[in-house]
Design a protein around this ligand. Structure first.
Ligand SMILES: Nc1ncnc2c1ncn2[C@@H]1O[C@H](COP(=O)(O)OP(=O)(O)OP(=O)(O)O)[C@@H](O)[C@H]1O
Ligand SMILES: [Mg+2]
Length: 399
């Protein structure tokens, strides 16, 4: 084929793909308008840690009618749950609301592995929604989708919500004009969209963000950027006060998007699903990673607070145990002790673009016990990350 014929084939692939993606998105959106997570009376009382009678009293004083629904079953949604919790007297609240002190800085956690399909996106969404909803401190959580595949964005900001809003790619590539009197900080802040979880916002990717790597190559080639790794960091810096914790999902590659995510981060989590292939690929990544760090350190990154490996999609079997033993032999100081277990409920939630923390139990059509087990495991996984974050804040407070 000559160049013209090759161009034609690429164009034809593009047309097919665009049409396919359009249909898929329409289908997804038609079948799945995300609803707010809702709680039955028993779930609400367990969530808040108060008895059902006390719950009724506070629900009434929040002027919520839990039986207003068509089927008149008792149910409140997560926004109402937060309103009820706000009214609880301090002694009844499981934890006080977290207020970050001046000394404590926003924790920016990058979720990265160059290997594809190891659970980066599912872990990012689960950790973010877990930290937002399960600990009662109401941490202000930001999610950033650095992956032009935009899977994470589909969870919380489907394409239809993106219209008229800026994506992370638009912000990085300066693909926008400020309105009259608008500051850069305001533009960034409004690009973080509200989600179905009150204290979780997302800075989404759009399909057009795939252009980002090409854009960086052009800029670097034209010597237009003094430090090509610091663009995301500058964006995050401008809105740090609005968040306690920021989680960045990354693409399965080591391009400029990933370097920017690494550079902006204060800590790193490497998800790793336990198959021989994924471990091999991750080990060859780790054997190269000092070179990645050398570039970041050279650009003046000050070092990470914590760096951990999170085992994901873990299935109990003798092969897995053997692989785990090998991993512990070589990486034990860096391994989180709780693995993110393989679960049908997690898989199903992911296919509905949800996590077990922002989906209602009633939406999971199969066994409630499976859903509950997945929630419990995701809670344990998230707890160990919360502990690491709290340790960092504690050290900063005492410094
Ligand atoms: N704990 C789990 N239980 C069941 N399925 C899981 C679990 N974790 C991940 N998966 C499944 O594994 C697949 C890959 O996960 P995910 O998309 O998070 O990987 P990724 O590393 O983000 O992929 P990519 O590199 O393409 O961005 C998904 O289809 C997801 O449903
Ligand atoms: Mg992903």
């Amino acid at each position: 084929m000559d160049t013209e014929q090759t161009t034609n084939v690429f164009q034809s692939l593009k047309q097919g793909a665009d049409a396919y993606i359009k249909r898929r998105n329409q289908r997804l959106l038609a079948h799945h308008r995300k609803e707010l997570r809702n709680f039955t009376r028993a779930e609400a009382s367990a969530y808040l840690g108060i008895d059902a009678k006390t719950l009724d009293k506070y629900v009434a004083s929040a002027q919520i009618d839990p039986r207003r629904h068509e089927d008149s079953q008792w149910s409140i949604d997560i926004a109402e749950m937060y309103a009820v919790r706000d009214l609880l007297q301090d002694s009844l609240r499981k934890e006080p609301k977290f207020v970050r002190s001046e000394k404590q800085s926003t924790q920016v956690i990058v979720i990265q592995n160059q290997k594809g399909g190891v659970g980066k996106t599912v872990s990012s969404a689960t950790i973010a929604s877990g930290l937002a909803t399960e600990f009662h401190q109401e941490y202000r959580i930001g999610l950033i989708d650095m992956d032009g595949q935009a899977t994470l964005s589909m969870y919380y900001a489907p394409e239809s919500d993106l219209e008229g809003n800026l994506s992370i790619g638009d912000l990085m590539m300066r693909n926008f004009d400020l309105d009259d009197g608008e500051t850069f900080e305001q533009a960034v802040s409004s690009a973080f969209l509200e989600t179905t979880i009150p204290n979780l916002r997302i800075l989404p990717a759009s399909q057009s963000d795939r252009a980002i790597e090409g854009w960086f190559h052009e800029q670097v080639f034209g010597s237009n950027l003094s430090c090509p790794y610091s663009l995301l960091n500058n964006i995050i810096d401008s809105i740090k006060d609005e968040f306690d914790i920021i989680i960045i999902d990354t693409p399965p590659s080591l391009g400029y998007a990933t370097y920017n995510a690494y550079f902006a981060a204060t800590s790193v989590i490497f998800p790793l699903s336990i198959t021989e292939n994924d471990i091999d690929a991750t080990c060859s990544y780790f054997s190269y990673i000092p070179q990645v760090w050398a570039l970041l350190a050279n650009a003046d990154h000050k070092g990470y607070d914590f760096m951990k490996i999170l085992l994901t999609n873990h299935r109990d079997s003798s092969t897995t145990t053997e692989l785990m033993n090998n991993l512990y032999n070589h990486f034990s100081p860096y391994l989180y002790s709780k693995e993110f277990k393989h679960s049908e409920a997690v898989r199903q939630a992911a296919s509905l673009l949800s996590t077990v923390f922002d989906m209602s139990k009633s939406e999971y059509p199969k066994s409630k016990a499976t859903f509950q087990t997945a929630q419990q495991n995701s809670y344990e996984v998230t707890s160990q990350i919360q502990r690491d974050i709290l340790n960092v804040w504690q050290a900063q407070e005492q410094a």
